[in-house]
Design a protein around this ligand. Sequence first.
Ligand code: IVH
Length: 716
Amino acid sequence: MARPKNRPKNETAVDELTEQQAKTEYARLGVDIAEHDRRYYQEDAPTVSDAEYDRLRRRYGAIEARFPQLRTPDSLTQRVGVAPAARFAKVRHAVPMLSLDNAFAEQDVIDFVGRIRRFLRLGDDEKIVFSAEPKIDGLSMSLRYVDGTLVTGATRGDGFEGEDVTANIRTLKDVPPHLKGRHVPAACEVRGEVYMTKAAFLDLNRKQAEAGKQLYVNPRNTAAGSLRQLDATITASRPLGFFAYAWGEMSDMPAATQSGMIKWFETCGFKTNPLTKVCHSVEELLAFHREIETQRSHLDYDIDGVVYKVDRLDWQERLGFVSRSPRWAIAHKFAAERAITLLKDIEIQVGRTGALTPVAKLEPVGVGGVIVQNATLHNEDYIKGIGGDGEPLREGRDIRIKDTVIVQRAGDVIPQVVDVVLDKRPKDARPYRFPTKCPCPLHTDVVREETATGEEGARARCTGEFACPYQKIEHLKLFVSRRAFDVEGFGEKQVEFFFEQGWVTEPADIFELPRRNKQIKLEEQEGYGETSVRNLFAAIEQRREIALDRFIFSLGIRHVGETTALALARGYGSWTAFHDACLKVAKGDAEAIAEMDALDQIGETVIEAIGAYFGENHNRRIVERLIKEVKILDAEMPKIDSAVAGKTVVFTGTLEKMTRDEAKASAERLGAKVSGSVSKKTDYVVAGPGAGSKLTEAQKLGVKVLTEDEWAKLIR
Ligand code: IVH
C-alpha cells in the first residue's frame, strides 16, 4: 500500500494495525492530541508543528474509522478547540465556529469530492465548482455588525463560546468599524483570520532582542497573544491583519456562492486573500495546492495548507456538517516539518494518571520556525525500536543517547522523535534502560499497563497511585487549569510551590488557604506581598461557584475530558443527581449503570472509570472535602427550537428527495434522534416506497407514520 505523504517511514499503516495495537495507539493519541490542543489554544505555546499535529489527528480519525468500537464519548473527533480563557467576557456564537477536516494526500481530496458527489446524488457530468483559498495560519475571528456597525469581535474559543475581544479588534486597520455599501444586512457576522505578517514578527523580535527581552515563538502565537491583551493599546501597537473568508449569522444573504460572498466582503471594505481562486475540477484543486505550496515561503504571512469549499451555498446547506466539520469543505495541508539534531539525554515524565513518558532532551533545533528542545519518545518499546503494541515501527531501529535523531513538529503543537540517523551513531552511544523504579520520591515499581486482553501494553505506569506526589501534583495542575477551576494567580508554578510547602496537597486545601493563612503567613513568603496575597485570596473566593461540567472535569477521572464532563452534566443536571449515580455505579448497581449508559456519548470505558474512581475511599474523601468548599451550579441545557427537537425518528424505505445521510443529518441538526429500529419510544417513522417490516412494526405500535413530504413540511 502506498504510504500517505506525511506518514513517517517507521509507522505502521492503520490498515495493518491489529486491534490491540490500535487500541493502545488510539488511547495514546487521544492524550497527546488533547495536550497539544491545550498548549495551542490555551497557552498559545504549541510544541509540535501544524503538519505533525494534523497527522496525529488524522491517524486518530483513521483508527477510529477502522475500529469504531474504540470510540470513546470524549473522542477528539467530537470536539473543536477547547474552552475559552477566563479573562475576557464570553460570547456565545449565534452560529457555531467549527473547524475543517484535513486532507494530506491527493487521494484524500479525490475522496472528498467523491463523497460530495454521492451525498448530493450528482450525475457524473454535473460539475462541482469550488472556491480554493490559502489556509491562513492565524486565529479565527467572528465580527458582528448590527445595521452596518461593528458591535462585537469574538474569538473561536470552543467553537460555541469564544472571548469578547471587541476593544482589541477595533484597533485593526483591516477591520472596518462600519460596513461600506448601502444595503447591508441588519445583522451580519463576518468571519476570517487574524494574522501577523512575517516582517512584522521579525521586526517585533528584533526590538525584543535589542531590549534584552524574551523572543516570541512564531507569528501565529504572537498574533493570538497580541489579541488577548487586556490593554487594547498593546494590541494597537502590534501590526495585525485580517482576511475575511466566512460568515456566521446573516439576516440576509447578499450572494449565492462562496466566491460571491468573498466579493461582497470586499465591497464592504474587507481584505480578502488575493490568491483565492475558483476551481472547476479535482485536477484544478490539486494544481492550486501545488502552486500555493511553491509560493508559500515567498508569502509575507504563514499558511499551512489550502482550503477547498463547495462554491454553491445551496449545496453547502444540503451537505451540512458531520460532527465538528462541514462536509462541503476540507483543508489540504502541506507536509510536516522535520529537523536533525542530537539526542543528549532521556528523561521520564510522570503524568496525572501515573503514566511514564520518556522525553528526549535535544540539542535545541529550529523546526518550522520554532526552537525545539524536548520531544516525546512515546514509550519504552518505541525507544527499543521493537514497535510493539501499536507504536510506529522505525524498522527495528532503537534510539540511543548521543544518537542523531530526526525530530518532527506537526501542526503547531508536541514534537516527536521520528527516526535515527544510524550513520551518525557514535561508538559510545548507549542503549537506554527504561527505569524499573518510578522517578517519583516513592520509587515505586514501574509496571507495564495491561491491555484489554490482559497482555502487557506499551505504557509504563507508576504504582504509587494516591501516595505518589507526582500524580497528586499533576491532578492539582489539572484542577487549577483554565479548563477546570481556573484560579487566577494559581497556576502550575504555584501548585508546585504550595505542594512543596505542604500547604496544598489536594483540591480542598486551596479553598482552605485563606482560613489557614494566620499560620501560613503567605505575605511573608518571597514573591508575595499583602496586595498579591489579597488578590490571590479574592481569586480563590471568586471560584467558589462553579459550573457542574467544569467541576466534573476538574476531578481528574480517567477518560472524563471536557466533552464527557459536559455530557454527564447535561445528563444528570445537578451535582446531587450525578454524585448519587456515581456512588451507585461504584457499587455495581445495575440500574444506575444502565441509566448512565443510556446517556448520549457515554459508554463502557467512562462508566468503568467513574466506578473505579468513586470506588476508592481516598477519592470519595477528596470529593467530600471539596464539595463543602464550593457551590456547584446546575447544568444549563441547550435549547434547540424545532418541531422535532427531542423526538426519535426512523427513516425507512426509499427516500426520493434526499439521500438517507442527508435526511439523518438534517434531522439531527434540528435536535431529533435518528434510530435504526422502531420501538415504543419512536415518535415518527418516515416511510418511503418499499418500506417493509419497520412500517408494519410502526403500525402495530401505533407510531405516527409520515411520508417524506409530510416530514419535510414538519421540519421546514
Ligand atoms: S473556513 C466551518 N477558510 O482554519 C469552517 N478556515 O481548521 C470554516 N482557516 O478555524 C472555516 N484559513 O481559523 C476557512 N480560508 C479559510 C481559512 C480557514 C484559515 C482556519 C480557521 C478555521 C481553521 C479550520
